[in-house]
Ligand binder design. Structure first.
Ligand SMILES: [Zn+2]
Ligand SMILES: [Zn+2]
Length: 275
């Protein structure tokens, strides 16, 4: 049996003789099937193609876990260390023995989760490499589980997963889209790990929230306000998205850019002059 990985999104699928006919993640209106069509790959094929892990410290106790050359959606995985255990957030879609030993040297992995189904990568393979660490999945997104396994634990609402690390379900991009608040991050000023629940703009000074980023499908105002309400209890100065970081003043930038978003979806903006 083979663990099939979608070559486009790098999400592992159930062990079967033959790969599935379609990737439900890529066929959904939030993603896309590449023009060349659906293709499947395997861990051995990815290793033979030269993929490897690259781990870099971002700040004390937080490490980027990347794959080079870039794989799938290209997100950055994060290893967050606490005194009570470590979280692997947005697990990469590729894993090998070198990555496992590097993360072991950093204290290992005790809990695994992703901000939403697009960034679940090889979460079950990561769990099995680390003594079956639990993989937390928001129950609202259980239909998107591609590789069912006993290590998956459903959750909803809010949950303190490690000392000083709390998950909050925000919805929006997916019903179960969530963030992780890290109280000790940014020298104690707090940090949010947001993935695509709150995405960083190309200007690195704003954020946006969308049903689909690649197909440009917006969210209704009520969903945007729910995201703001969900993160309201948490103080933070830094924000780690799926692809980048807002180093400082992140809470104010989230507030201003999300309210700008609401103004545009409501139409509370000046009319363009007639042409
Ligand atoms: Zn896919
Ligand atoms: Zn996404």
């Amino acid at each position: 049996m083979t663990i099939w990985t979608c070559a486009a999104c790098a999400i592992e699928h159930a062990d079967t003789e033959q790969p599935p006919s379609t990737c439900e993640i890529c066929s959904d209106d939030r993603q896309f099937v590449p023009a060349a069509g659906q293709r499947w790959t395997t861990r051995a094929e990815l290793a033979a193609a030269g993929h490897r892990g690259v781990v870099n410290e971002l700040e004390p106790d937080l490490y980027a876990v990347d794959v080079a050359p870039e794989l799938g959606i290209g997100q950055r995985g994060l290893l967050l260390r606490t005194s009570g255990g470590n979280l692997l957030w947005e697990p990469p879609g590729f894993i090998d023995d070198d990555m496992v030993s590097t993360l072991r040297e950093l204290g290992g992995v005790d809990v695994i989760s992703a901000s939403h189904p697009h960034l679940t990568g090889a979460s079950i393979q990561w769990s099995h490499a680390f003594d079956k660490a639990p993989v937390l999945v928001a129950s609202a997104d259980r239909q998107w589980i591609r590789r069912p396994d006993e290590v998956i634990e459903l959750w909803h609402g809010t949950r303190e997963v490690l000392p000083g690390v709390t998950f909050a379900q925000c919805g929006g991009h997916f019903a179960g889209s969530s963030i992780a608040h890290w109280q000790a991050g940014a020298d104690g000023r707090g940090a949010l790990l947001t993935g695509d629940t709150i995405a960083i703009g190309a200007d690195r000074m704003s954020v946006n929230v969308m049903r689909s980023y690649v197909n440009k499908i917006p969210l209704p105002e009520r969903a945007v306000r729910r995201i703001l309400t969900s993160i309201e209890p948490y103080s933070y100065d830094r924000l780690y998205g799926a692809f980048g970081t807002i180093d400082t003043n992140a809470a104010a930038l989230v507030d201003s850019s999300v309210h700008r978003y609401i103004a545009w979806v409501r139409g509370d903006v000046p009319d363009e002059p007639d042409i």
